[in-house]
Ligand binder design. Structure first.
Ligand code: AMP
Length: 258
């Protein structure tokens, strides 16, 4: 069955991913759908998070964002936050990449999320060649194969406009845009009623640092995945549903959507 034909299900709470491996996810009952194991690539602000959200609502795969882990840690009280996590949040506020060792330690701890029978949608990971190589190694030890790496493309000026208008729900992390995806009630999440805020790293000074980190460290991953036949390029213009439609068509062409 293809994701678009499946009923939209309640997105999992991702407790094991966001809070840590000792937590149990209260995921919806597994459905008889093919698991998707995808990496979503693309510059910050290109819409990966929104696409991961749509894909996870329509498949059994979990939206696994490394940025969400750091944002979730921010709301932990100081004594529950490890020194490495506190340092990671400083990098994040500046817009810099968190060091590979920290990110990889976090990913290894959450290895069971990569083995989950529903599959996964990695958003914001890998971001460096070292992370991509480590992911390869980790998946190989689990005997898990990536289905595809989706590279969302948009010109830089449009990306900057998306980032400056982006608002995120403090409670459920749903993503809005003041012009292209406004909530029904100003500054209020349609889904949970939480307050919508601008992420600290969406401020102009952080955005400049993030773009440079993307161009320098993450864009080269396109060359890493291309020769393996895993790379799918998707035009990220248009509404989230248009981009989602393009993504599903590409997956279908490659018979990844079974
Ligand atoms: P994102 O929500 O994916 O844009 O991530 C927000 C911030 O978290 C980034 O700007 C980085 O500071 C940090 N971050 C998230 N994922 C990674 C990663 N895979 N490697 C390094 N830093 C990351």
């Amino acid at each position: 069955m293809c994701a678009e034909d499946a009923n939209v299900h309640v997105t999992s709470d991702r407790a094991a991913w966001l809070v840590g491996p000792s937590n149990k996810c209260s995921n919806p009952a597994p459905q008889p759908v093919r698991p998707y194991r995808l990496v979503l690539l693309g510059a910050p602000g290109v819409g990966k998070g929104t696409q991961a959200e749509l894909l996870s609502q329509q498949t059994a795969a979990c939206h696994l964002s490394t940025g969400d882990i750091f944002r979730a840690a921010k709301s932990l009280d100081a004594c529950r936050c490890t020194p490495a996590m506190t340092a990671a949040m400083d990098y994040m506020h500046r817009g810099d990449l968190v060091p590979d060792e920290t990110v990889l330690a976090i990913l290894r701890e959450r290895g069971k999320c990569l083995r989950c029978s529903g599959g996964f949608l990695l958003d914001g990971f890998p971001r460096t060649l070292a992370q991509a190589q480590a992911l390869d190694g980790l998946l190989a030890t689990m005997n898990v194969k990536l289905d595809a790496v989706i590279d969302y493309r948009l010109p830089m000026d449009e990306i900057i406009s998306r980032l400056s208008g982006r608002r995120t729900c403090v409670k459920c992390r749903a993503v809005y845009h003041v012009e292209t995806r406004p909530p029904q009630v100003e500054n209020t999440c349609d889904t949970c009623g939480g307050e919508l805020v601008q992420r600290e790293d969406d401020r102009p000074e952080s955005v400049r640092v993030r773009m440079s980190a993307y161009l320098h460290s993450t864009a080269p991953l396109i060359e890493f995945y291309q020769p393996r036949g895993l790379l799918i390029t998707v035009d990220a213009h248009g509404s989230p549903w248009e981009i989602f439609g393009r993504t599903m068509r590409e997956l279908r062409v490659r018979e990844i959507c079974g």
